[in-house]
Write a protein that binds this ligand. Structure first.
Ligand code: OXD
Ligand code: MN
Length: 590
């Protein structure tokens, strides 16, 4: 007996709420065509060849970099623009001193004027996407409308897009609305607006990274952090990594570092030869959504499906997994080219650039060949160390949370917080030297609480209170640590070798979390003594090791004063528990 043909419902007919919104945006932006993305491989191949024909994507050397392409952004559009990024809540205090704020009505008015008629002659793409495994109760969906096919291709790598997310949206008709247009790519007409109370994002005038791939920083951090607070979970700027010990047990760590401080490298770490039997599995390299579980532990999913990683510095020594991963099916943005059309970047340690990131003949006098914030976009499944549990619907349990910054001095290599509230203070006090990931001067120390300064969608004072509330729900909370791989000696040389050797520090944390491993008790928390770390085969001089683990009371008294001054700006929204923990640290300092 013949079976009835399976009727596939057309995409625009799946969700009334999405269709109505698309129609209202169509009327506002006046595109010449509307394309609903189904997320198929065929669709992405067609979009890619369209961009190749138009010269917007350059195919790279097919022998060494099969199915890889290069995109070049406008030189005025190469990084996130924090000064043009706003959180638009009804009350200014809800956005907090940590965000640029604009009243929602004013922001909508401004954006309406920019979006009005902006897609003339362009195609409007509708990109339904899911952040997190499609079958996970922790995943959340959104729809990005964009006029940039380059953004569509990136979104198809970074998230799960197309029919399945739209079907999930149709079940609840609840989704984050992300409206994006590259506009004129004019920094004078560029804004990234967030409306957490409306679960909406409006981004105009940039086609780059976090400004334009709205699933990432805009949704999965700024909007999700707000949504997480209302729903009782945490959306964090954290990598997630699984460590399997020689005994065969795997434990997971989530770690927050400011942009371009090595999250991707740590998430893909390769154990040093002197630590045989250890294995490392990547769950995520940038964002973690953390949920208190029924068992009193904290469970994590990675909402993303790919990596948008900084390319410069990637080589077989710094990150062999990433180096292998980006040799096929990868979209490069703003790297340089060799004579035979291979991508090239500073720190690659082989090959010679002949064309710079702007497509000009390379001339060292004009600066680096690849832009310092040049990126690769690649599917997480290309990662040789991709965790077999990365797509588990219920997530993975977290044993340790780690905060860190890039600091020449003050913070020792690693320390463990006294308890959850102290850990929240440690996270709130993160400070780091700025990098090329955001426009502005690199190398300046700034406070970057939980590495969320550019990404928290509401007042930090409320956010820390929410952290304390989540902690109170956990009967088996992860231990909280702080690391600093970037301590330097008087000559400015790094004291710690970093990369694979960081596993020694992570292994100590896991032993501490399990109630083992020794430490010295100090005013800032527990710090390992050299004998508490796995140091076999480690080439670090004894004096360097002592310096790395030193807590200097004079520097820390100054640090406490600076932290207090920083926290005071949050006024009455600052939880008293953090002030009390800071006072306790001060009391313990000699
Ligand atoms: C990123 C960033 O791109 O943090 O991940 O800037
Ligand atoms: Mn990031």
């Amino acid at each position: 007996m013949a079976t009835a043909p399976h009727a596939t419902v057309a995409l625009p007919a799946l969700s009334r709420a999405v269709a109505d919104w698309v129609e209202s945006v169509r009327q506002l932006t006046e595109p010449s065509a509307v394309h609903w993305c189904d997320g198929s491989a065929r669709e992405m191949r067609e979009l890619t060849s369209q961009l190749v024909s138009g010269g917007e994507l350059l195919p790279l050397n097919a022998q060494y970099f099969p199915r890889c392409h290069l995109a070049r952004s406008s030189p005025n559009d190469v990084a996130r623009v924090e000064h043009l990024t706003f959180v638009c809540t009804r009350s200014r205090e809800d956005a907090g001193p940590n965000n640029n704020w604009m009243a929602p009505d004013e922001a909508h008015r401004k954006m309406r004027a920019l979006f009005s008629g902006c897609m003339h002659g362009r195609t409007l793409y509708v990109v339904p996407y899911c952040m997190g495994p499609l079958d996970s109760p922790y995943a959340r969906c959104g729809v990005e409308i964009t006029d940039s096919p380059y953004v569509v291709i990136n979104m198809s790598i970074m998230t799960r897009i197309g029919r399945a997310p739209l079907e999930r949206i149709a079940r609840t008709e609840r989704f984050v609305k992300g409206l994006h247009s590259i506009g004129e790519v004019d920094p004078e007409r560029r804004f990234i607006m967030h409306f957490p109370e409306e679960l909406a994002i409006e981004s105009y005038g940039s086609g780059y990274g976090g400004n334009a791939l709205l699933g990432k920083k805009c949704h999965a951090l700024r909007i999700a952090s707000w949504q997480a607070r209302t729903e009782g979970w945490l959306a964090e700027h954290m990598l997630i990594v699984g460590l399997q010990s020689p005994r065969g047990e795997t434990h997971y760590i989530a770690a927050a570092f400011p942009s371009a401080c090595g999250k991707t490298n740590l998430a893909m770490l390769i154990p040093p030869q002197s630590m045989p039997g250890w294995k490392v599995f990547t769950v995520g390299d940038d964002i973690a959504w953390l949920h208190p579980g029924a068992d009193g532990r904290l469970w994590a999913i990675n909402p993303e499906a790919g990596y948008f990683g900084v390319v410069p510095g990637t080589n077989p020594e710094t990150n062999r997994n990433a180096y292998e991963m980006i040799r096929r099916d990868t979209l490069f943005t703003n790297v340089a080219l060799t004579a035979d059309n291979q991508p090239w970047w500073e720190g690659l340690k082989s090959g010679t650039p002949v064309i710079d990131w702007q497509g000009r003949p390379y001339d060292a006098a004009r600066g680096p060949a690849a832009h310092p914030n040049s990126r690769f976009t690649v599917s997480a499944t290309r990662n040789p160390s991709y965790s077999p549990h990365a797509e588990d619907a219920r997530g993975i349990p977290i044993s340790a949370l780690v905060f860190g910054g890039r600091r020449r001095e003050v913070a020792p290599l690693v320390y463990q917080a006294r308890n959850w509230a102290h850990g929240v203070l440690v996270g709130a006090s993160v400070a780091s030297e700025t990098t090329a990931a955001a426009a502005g001067k690199a190398g300046v120390v700034r406070r970057d609480p939980m590495a969320m300064l550019p990404f928290c969608g509401y007042n930090f004072g409320d956010y820390w209170r929410h952290w304390l509330e989540v902690g109170a729900k956990l009967t088996r909370p992860p231990q909280i640590f702080h690391v600093n791989w970037f301590r330097r000696d008087a000559q400015g040389r790094f004291l710690w070798p970093g990369f694979g050797e960081n596993l020694r520090v992570l292994a100590w944390m896991l032993e501490r979390a399990a109630g083992g491993a020794g430490a010295a008790e100090t005013p800032i928390g527990s710090v390992p003594r050299p004998q508490d770390l796995h140091t076999e085969g480690l080439e670090v001089r004894t004096e360097a090791m002592e310096e790395l683990l030193r807590v200097d009371p004079a520097l820390w008294r100054r640090e406490v004063a600076e932290i207090r001054a920083y926290l005071q700006q949050f006024g009455t929204r600052l939880p008293a528990a953090l002030t009390a923990e800071l006072a306790e640290t001060e009391r313990l300092l000699p």
